[in-house]
Design a protein around this ligand. Structure first.
Ligand code: ASP
Length: 423
C-alpha cells in the first residue's frame, strides 16, 4: 500500500479535484490510501466560523457559512453536473448541522467546539473526492479517520495513541482494501476514547499520512504539492532556489526544526522509525522526480539550505543581583517562558546574561517584561531576522549577511545561524 496526501491547494477547486483523479490514474491497480485536506482556504474560514459562534454573532456566523457552502456548491456543480447525485444531500446535511449550532449552547471548552467544527472541512472534501473518483470509475471508498486515528482529549493538538491507532488501522481500515483499491480519508482528524472528534494541529494532514503509513506498514508516502519538491530555500526570500533530490530523515527533521515549512515536522518520525520513504512531488508535474526523503545521509551535504525567519526579537536578561547565569536561574527563565508558551528560536548565554530570540508576533515585549523585569534587567532588540544555513561555506555566509549587521552568530560543523539587522 502507498499513502498519498493531497493538501488544500491540490483540491482547491473542481479542476484540482479532476487533476487528483488524473494523478491517481497513473497508479492503476495499486492499493492507495488517499489522505485529503480541506479544500483551499476552508480551514481558515471554519476558524472564523468558530469565532463568530463563540461571540454569538448570528449574522456573521450565517454569512460565513453561506459563503463556504457556495464555494463547495460551485465545486459540486462542476464535478457532478446532474443533480441526482446523493453527494449533494451529504454536503447539505453537514452544512445544516453546522448552522444548527447557533441555537445550541457553546461549550466552555472552545478547543472542543473548534475541533467539532473545523474538522468538517476535511469531512466535506473527502466525501467529494471519494464520490468523484467512484463516478470516474475508480474503485474508491470513503473511510472515516475519526474512527481510526485515536488521540487523547487534548483538543486542537490531539496526541496520537499509537497502539490503539495501529490496532484500528489494521483491523478496520486495511481490510477495506479487499473491496476497493483506493481508500479516501481525512487528514488532520482523530477521535478521543469517548468518540469525540479531535484535530492534530494546523497543517496536520501530512502527519496523518505518516500515521496511516506507519500503522498500515506502507511502502511509501507521497505528499503532492504545488512546488517541484523540497527546495533549498523559500523562493519568497531567495532567488535561484535548488531542488533537493534526495535527503535523509535526519536532515529533513533538522530543516523543519530550523523553520523550513515544506513538511509538517511530526510527519518524519513515524516514517523514519519504519524506514518508509517520503516523496514530495508536484501535482502540476506528477511525472517529475520530486524529492525523496529516506534513511541514507549520503546526499545531505551536496546542497546548502537556507531558512529565513523574519520579524524576530532578541531579549537579553541580566540578573539584577549580578548573580551568574547558572542552572537555577536558567530553569526559572525556562519555566516562565514555557508558561507563557513562548517558542525560542535561538538562545545564548554568558556569565551575566542570557539571550533568547523569539517571533515578534507570537511573544510581545509586554509579556516578557511582565514575566522577568522583577528579577532581571531586560533589554530587547526588535526588527531582526534569523538566517540558518545548513552545510554552509564562506560564500553562502557572505550571500546572506551582505549589507546586514550581524547581531549574533552561532556555528556548528554543519549549521551556521545569524541574527541580522538591516543596515
Ligand atoms: N486543513 C488543515 C489546515 O489547513 C490541515 C492540513 O491541511 O494539513 O491546517
Amino acid at each position: 500500500m502507498k499513502v498519498f496526501k493531497f493538501g488544500g491547494a491540490s483540491v482547491k477547486n473542481a479542476d484540482a479535484v479532476k487533476n487528483v483523479a488524473s494523478i491517481l490514474s497513473l497508479f492503476e491497480g495499486e492499493k492507495l490510501t488517499v489522505v485529503v485536506s480541506a479544500m483551499g482556504k476552508t480551514t481558515n474560514k471554519l476558524e472564523e466560523i468558530v469565532t463568530a459562534l463563540k461571540n454569538q454573532n448570528r449574522k456573521e456566523f450565517m454569512g460565513l457559512i453561506e459563503e463556504l457552502e457556495l464555494f463547495h456548491e460551485d465545486i459540486l456543480a462542476d464535478l457532478f453536473p446532474e443533480k441526482h447525485f446523493t453527494i449533494y444531500n451529504t454536503i447539505e446535511a453537514i452544512f445544516e448541522e453546522l448552522k444548527e449550532k447557533i441555537n445550541k449552547p457553546f461549550s466552555e471548552n472552545t478547543s472542543f467546539e473548534y475541533d467539532q467544527i473545523v474538522s468538517l472541512g476535511e469531512v466535506i472534501s473527502s466525501h467529494i473526492v471519494a464520490v468523484y473518483l467512484t463516478e470516474q470509475g475508480f474503485s474508491a471508498e470513503w473511510m472515516d479517520a475519526r474512527q481510526l486515528v485515536r488521540t487523547d482529549n487534548n483538543y486542537q493538538e490531539g496526541k496520537v495513541d499509537w497502539s490503539k491507532t495501529e490496532f484500528l488501522i489494521q483491523s478496520k481500515f486495511l481490510p477495506a482494501f479487499s473491496n476497493s483499491t483506493i481508500l479516501v480519508t481525512q487528514g488532520f482528524l482523530g477521535h478521543t476514547p469517548e468518540g469525540f472528534t479531535t484535530t492534530l494541529g494546523r497543517e496536520g494532514s501530512d502527519y496523518t499520512a505518516g500515521i496511516f503509513a506507519f500503522c498500515g506498514n506502507a511502502e511509501s508516502v507521497t505528499i503532492w504539492k504545488d512546488v517541484p519538491g523540497m527546495l533549498n530555500a523559500d523562493p519568497k526570500y531567495f532567488e535561484d532556489t535548488i531542488k533537493l533530490d534526495k535527503i535523509s530523515f535526519k536532515e529533513a527533521i533538522e530543516l523543519s526544526y530550523y523553520g523550513a515549512s515544506v513538511i509538517h515536522p511530526k510527519t518524519i518520525k513515524p516514517l523514519q522509525n519504519k524506514g518508509i520513504s517520503l516523496f514530495v512531488k508536484s501535482f502540476i508535474e506528477p511525472l517529475a522526480e520530486g524529492t525523496v526523503i529516506q534513511s541514507s545521509t549520503s546526499n545531505d551535504e551536496l546542497v546548502p539550505s537556507f531558512i529565513f525567519k523574519k520579524e524576530q526579537t532578541l531579549y537579553s536578561f541580566t540578573p539584577k543581583d549580578f548573580s551568574f547565569i547558572v542552572e537555577e536561574n536558567l530553569s526559572d527563565i525556562f519555566n516562565q517562558l514555557s508558561l507563557a508558551k513562548a517558542k525560542i528560536n535561538l538562545m545564548q548565554n554568558s556569565a551575566l546574561s542570557f539571550s533568547i530570540l523569539v517571533d515578534s508576533q507570537k511573544t510581545s515585549p509586554e509579556t516578557i517584561l511582565n514575566l522577568f523585569s522583577a528579577n532581571y534587567e531586560v533589554r530587547y532588540n526588535e526588527g531582526l531576522e534569523l538566517v540558518t544555513i545548513r552545510h554552509y561555506d564562506e560564500a553562502t555566509i557572505d550571500r546572506v549577511t551582505k549589507n546586514k549587521e550581524i547581531i549574533l552568530q552561532q556555528r556548528t560543523r554543519h549549521t551556521a545561524r545569524f541574527v541580522l539587522k538591516s543596515i
